[in-house]
Design a protein around this ligand. Structure first.
Ligand code: ATP
Ligand code: MG
Length: 429
């Protein structure tokens, strides 16, 4: 895309009402625009990042047999009253129609997905199954001061699985847990998994996936050698102790942000709705159920918290809005236009700074926006290109075709992993 046509512009100064790095940099660089606390518009650059995160999550959920659906965001009160959520869940937004009818806005969708899936899962032959969606959620959060980390409206991936018995659920749960680690690794993040109580739903164990960052709202103790971590307020462990899980690492305290979680929901929701399936003996049974969340928009904020320097954002390749920022200097528009066409023909996503601005202005903006590769053409370079990575200092001058080949060769690994999938018998299909 030509930068002259991009409708967002960068800003020199951070907005005064934003305290966190992610909100400041994303607003300054023109990725998002704040409507009110906890609610943002995603601009062309920001939406590209969000879509890239979605793609990684979608590939890994498909690889474990999840089937993507899209459920409504406005729900009848009856579903929420049935599970007790209408009165129990403090973040639930409630609406009243002029007809007097009442509705809830989706903050999570067990109340909708349970009757939906059980309409089709009538016998053991229909189980197990897993459905997921990537959709906006609404929560009446009291504090929305961390930019994309805590929205009132935010993008979540929520998956739900249904099983004949607890044993099958536990098999699948472990697979999704591994898929989650693959997702965070592909996004360039290192996640730790806490064991926490399932909160409002159940006394069962659940996992919360934490990424260490000072902008996070959770206080954790983590092992520096393995994936172990615990929430500090409940922990019997102390900082400075050896990790009991791996026996190698040491425990240290840190701030972290929860980027995902997996819950064992037991039979809470299927019992609330009284939905059963016919088992192998012909008897009515309640299935076991799990839910698996990932904060897609929160991840975008966490990535900025982890990957930035004093000049701006440093996007990991897998989520960057474009792979290369092509910059034409000193009126080198002919060279620029050729390089732009060549990059596009090579299938490389490119933001082309074709504007009439000084080198200093263009470089400062490119650093702020944070695209992984920078390719400069200018009269001084006499038809060659200067290639730099956003996360390195070294500048290399080479033929334009070689620069393009180098960017292409550094392609992003995208292969999704796969376990046995939701139905073990159909592994690999
Ligand atoms: P938190 O403890 O941070 O409030 P939660 O336990 O309420 O999170 P879930 O209801 O399990 O979170 O939602 C699944 C995922 O959605 C979370 O792991 C997190 O990544 C993300 N998430 C939750 N609330 C928000 C929010 N207000 N803004 C952005 N992302 C959120
Ligand atoms: Mg919450």
């Amino acid at each position: 895309m030509r930068q002259s046509a991009l409708f967002s512009k960068t800003e020199r100064n951070a907005p005064k009402d934003e305290a966190t790095v992610n909100a400041q940099l994303l607003a300054r660089a023109g990725f998002v625009s704040k409507l009110m606390a906890g609610v943002y518009s995603y601009l062309p650059l920001g939406l590209r990042v969000l879509r890239n995160i979605e793609t990684v999550v979608r590939e890994e959920m498909n690889a474990v047999g999840g089937q993507e659906i899209l459920m409504p965001q406005i729900h009848p009160k009856a579903n929420w009253a049935r599970t007790g959520g209408w009165d129990r869940i403090d973040v639930l937004f409630k609406l009243k129609s002029r007809t007097g009818k009442e509705y809830a806005l989706g903050q999570s969708e067990e109340e909708i997905v349970t009757p939906l899936v059980m309409k089709y899962a009538t016998t053991y032959k229909d189980l197990p199954n897993a459905v997921y969606q990537i959709h906006w959620k609404f929560r009446d959060e009291l504090r929305s001061k961390s930019g994309l980390l805590r929205g009132i409206e935010f993008l979540m991936k929520d998956m739900y699985s249904f099983h004949e018995n607890q044993e099958d659920f536990e098999r699948y749960y472990e697979e999704v847990k591994q898929a989650y680690f693959r997702i965070f690794t592909r996004l360039g993040l290192v996640a730790k998994a806490t064991e926490a109580s399932g909160g409002a739903f159940t006394e069962k164990i659940s996992y919360e996936f934490m990424v260490l960052t000072d902008a996070g709202e959770d206080d954790i103790l983590y092992c520096d050698a393995c994936e172990f971590c615990v929430n500090r307020e409940v922990a019997k462990e102390k900082a400075g102790e050896r990790c009991a899980r791996c026996g190698k690492g040491m425990l240290a305290g840190a701030k972290a942000s929860e980027v995902g979680n997996v819950f064992d929901l037991g039979q809470k929701f299927v019992k609330d709705f009284d939905l059963t399936f016919t088992d192998r003996e012909g008897k009515k049974q309640y299935p076991a159920m799990g839910c698996y969340g990932i904060g897609i928009s929160r991840l975008m904020g966490v990535i900025v918290e982890k990957f930035h320097d004093e000049r701006g954002i440093v996007w990991p390749e897998a989520v960057a809005p474009f792979r290369v920022h092509l910059i034409a200097l000193g009126g080198a528009t002919e060279d620029g236009d050729h390089a732009y066409a060549d990059l596009q023909n090579a299938g490389i996503e490119v933001l082309y700074d074709d504007r009439d601005l000084s080198a200093g202005e263009k470089f400062a903006e490119a650093d702020l926006i944070g695209i992984p590769w920078r390719m400069v053409v200018s009269p001084r370079l006499e038809g060659k290109a200067e290639l730099t990575r956003r996360d390195e200092k070294e500048e290399k001058i080479m033929a334009r075709a070689d620069a393009i080949a180098e960017i292409a060769a550094a392609g992003i690994g995208t292969a999704a992993g796969g376990g046995m999938g939701i139905v073990p018998d159909r592994a690999g299909s």
